[in-house]
Design a protein around this ligand. Structure first.
Ligand code: PEP
Ligand code: MG
Length: 326
């Protein structure tokens, strides 16, 4: 099996009927970087910058951040990398950051973009490190836990200020700057058009989005399997996002755990996703799946299943049946 996946590494990520799929990997530390070449991923769809903060004993200084980001971009060697600005708070606590403790509902609390907009020093430092590390290259940044479009505008203002600051001191700036938002808070679903006007790309964080849509703590094993992300309502919602992206010409990716399991990856492709980002170990198995997949047939099947007036259709069974019948 392992050998089979390795052989697939340099084969195109194309479905049986010739549709290209961007196969991206998730990463967060320098130790993950060799996986980029080993897995044959098309790039890093999600770089979780908070990991550097989580393994440190104090806030990493701007130089340390810049060093890591440069190392990542060097390793990617021209393949796209999407850096997510720090997503701390919630399930990601920094022991040395006392302000962020003692919340009754940390997942709904002072975290991610909420926290960094309130502590602009943190955000500015990170943006400066990113801008410097990406001098002469493209820089892609993504904001976690966006709840309203105004947050994107506020973050963009911070970025613009740093760009002006660095150019005043004649720093080598990125050749291109792309700003994206993660879709993981349900309120964004009712402002998709405005959101897509305000960003260059979006990425669905299906772990948090599912948690918030179903009101189910993602870390609670007792209820972990109670509701299925491959249910008709959740897939309808994911499809709505990808359609909004198509309508506005905004690239859409999905970077939650759903992308890394073959059956759910199949569902995602079936509802229109053409770019997915997953743990490096999942790239081989998902690629093996998609290369055998008659995508147009599957899309028709999914279209029909999601249109039917039954929210309780067993999509897993349907997909399994489809896979077995080919
Ligand atoms: C997500 O929420 O789906 C996601 C990709 O981000 P994280 O798992 O880091 O919260
Ligand atoms: Mg998340």
């Amino acid at each position: 099996r392992q050998k089979h996946y390795q052989e697939l590494r340099d084969e195109p990520s194309e479905t049986k009927d010739g549709v290209h799929i961007d196969m991206m990997m998730n990463a967060g530390l320098a130790v993950d970087l060799p996986q980029l070449a080993q897995s044959g991923a098309d790039g890093i769809g999600l770089f979780r910058t908070e990991l550097q903060f989580m393994v440190a004993a104090a806030f990493p200084r701007v130089e340390a951040q810049e060093r890591l980001y440069r190392e990542v971009l060097d390793a990617a060697d021209g393949k796209p990398v999407t850096f997510r600005t720090i997503d701390i708070g919630g399930d990601k606590v920094l022991p040395y950051f006392k302000d962020s403790h003692n919340e009754e509902n940390p997942a709904l609390g002072w975290r991610a973009i909420r926290l960094t907009l309130d502590r602009p020093g943190l955000l500015r430092t990170q943006i400066r490190a990113l801008l410097k590390a990406a001098g002469g290259r493209e820089l892609r940044m993504m904001l976690p836990m966006v709840t309203e479009v105004a947050e994107v505008r506020q973050a963009r203002a911070v970025i613009d200020r740093e760009v002006r600051h660095l150019s005043r001191f004649a720093h080598h700036l990125p050749t291109r700057l792309k700003l994206g938002a993660m879709i993981e808070v349900p309120s964004l679903l009712w402002q998709l058009d405005e959101l897509m006007q305000a960003v260059d790309f979006v990425s669905v964080g299906s772990n948090d989005l599912f948690q918030f849509v179903t009101a189910t703590d993602r870390g609670n094993t007792r209820i972990a399997d109670r509701f299925d992300p491959l249910s008709v309502p959740f897939l309808r919602l994911l499809r709505q996002i990808v359609k909004a992206g198509e309508a506005s010409g905004t690239p859409v990716t999905l970077c939650g755990e759903l992308a890394g399991r073959s059956v759910s990856a199949m569902a995602l492709l079936g509802i229109g996703y053409r770019s997915i980002s997953m743990a490096p170990a999942a790239i081989g198995p998902v690629k093996a799946m998609l290369r055998e997949l008659p995508l147009h047939e599957l899309s028709a099947l999914m279209e029909e299943a999601l249109a039917k007036h039954s929210a309780s259709t067993d999509i897993r069974a349907l997909l399994r049946q489809f896979a077995e019948s080919r």
